[in-house]
Design a protein around this ligand. Structure first.
Ligand SMILES: *[C@@H]1O[C@H](CO)[C@@H](O)[C@H](O)[C@H]1NC(C)=O
Length: 319
């Protein structure tokens, strides 16, 4: 009985092999296989992007879904270093903008399998960085549906920054997909303004019997001078451009602080990590630390590399 069973299994196997040969061998079979592979890849990408608007990739996934043909979809890749020990504060800001953009695409009515957003983190796919000869993060690249990426398929972050709107413009230029950026509303500015107005209003109300101080010329002059000094110092530039508060030099571990007079070296006091990351929740802690360190640091112009927002990864590789 057992031998009969075994025999029929063998027969089945032979049949299966035959069947495979029949399907695969006829002329045009290669084409069919390619199509199957393509639709398999598209399905997989769609499945991932239904779960997260930005698909995380390691080296293998990147090579299979982004680099290798066949493809009929465009892929935007953000090469970044988000692990806290990399201390790449720009990466985090860029990541936020990228998420906004990817969500705008994911939840737009025009969403299709033509375009996917992916991310390769240095700590998950260092081999990809090496393969592409890439030594700074964040970097945005477009991999077109056909052919290799050209020069213009690398986003010029140094020149135009990484705001979602700029990224969307670049994507519209490289692919023909138009994305309307939708930002989740941010009420913190409105709340702060309301608080300020009610505070001033409350003070005026409390002193309603003695409002002479409003006509005080010296007071107004002082206030005007304060505004003028604040505007002409680098503080306004900082406010508009929003550079990170502090930057750690990966070569010697020295922390540089931003001050209204430019970058300056600090004493050897490690800043709270949150500060480098510029997270809102710990902004007050960061501010306190910043003020404290500023008093004890000497102004200097700082090395010119601090002007560029990308963090070097090569020097950190040895860590
Ligand atoms: C790409 O090819 C797959 C499989 O043939 C197909 O399902 C999909 O719609 C194609 N995508 C585009 C954007 O043409």
């Amino acid at each position: 009985m057992a031998s009969v069973w075994a025999k029929s299994v063998v027969n089945l196997q032979v049949l299966a092999v035959f069947f495979c040969l029949m399907v695969c061998l006829p002329p045009g079979g290669g084409q069919k296989k390619k199509e199957n592979l393509l639709s398999e890849k598209v399905d997989q990408m769609m499945e991932w992007s239904s779960r997260r608007s930005v698909i995380r990739m390691n080296g293998d996934k990147f090579r299979r879904f982004v680099k290798a043909p066949p493809r009929n979809y465009s892929v935007i890749v953000m090469f970044t270093a988000l692990q806290p020990q990399r201390q790449c504060s720009v990466c985090r800001q860029a990541n936020e903008e990228y998420q906004v953009l990817a969500n705008s695409w994911r939840y737009s009515s025009a969403f299709s399998n033509k375009l996917f957003f992916t991310v390769v983190d240095y700590d998950e796919g260092a081999d990809v960085f090496q393969q592409l000869n890439m030594n700074s993060a964040p970097t945005f690249m477009h991999f077109p549906a056909k052919g290799k990426p050209k020069r213009a398929d690398t986003f010029d972050l140094q020149r135009i920054g990484f705001a979602s709107e700029q990224l969307a413009k670049w994507i519209a230029d490289r692919t023909d997909v138009q994305i309307r950026v939708f930002r989740p509303p941010n009420y913190s500015g409105t709340i702060a303004l309301a608080l300020l107005v009610s505070l001033v209003g409350g003070l005026l109300y409390l002193r309603r019997n003695n409002l002479e101080f409003i006509y005080n010329k010296t007071g107004w002059a002082m206030a005007a001078l304060c505004v003028v000094f604040a505007m002409t110092s680098g503080q306004m530039w900082n406010h508009i451009r929003g550079p990170p508060y502090a930057h750690k030099n990966p070569q010697n571990g020295q922390v540089m602080l931003q001050s209204p007079w430019g970058w300056c070296y600090s004493m050897k006091l490690p800043p709270p990590r949150e500060m480098l990351a510029r997270e809102e929740s710990s902004a007050w802690l960061a501010l306190a630390w910043w003020c404290f360190s500023l008093v004890s640091c000497s102004p200097s112009s700082g090395p010119s590399t601090m002007d560029t927002p990308t963090a070097s990864l090569l020097s950190e590789q040895t860590q």
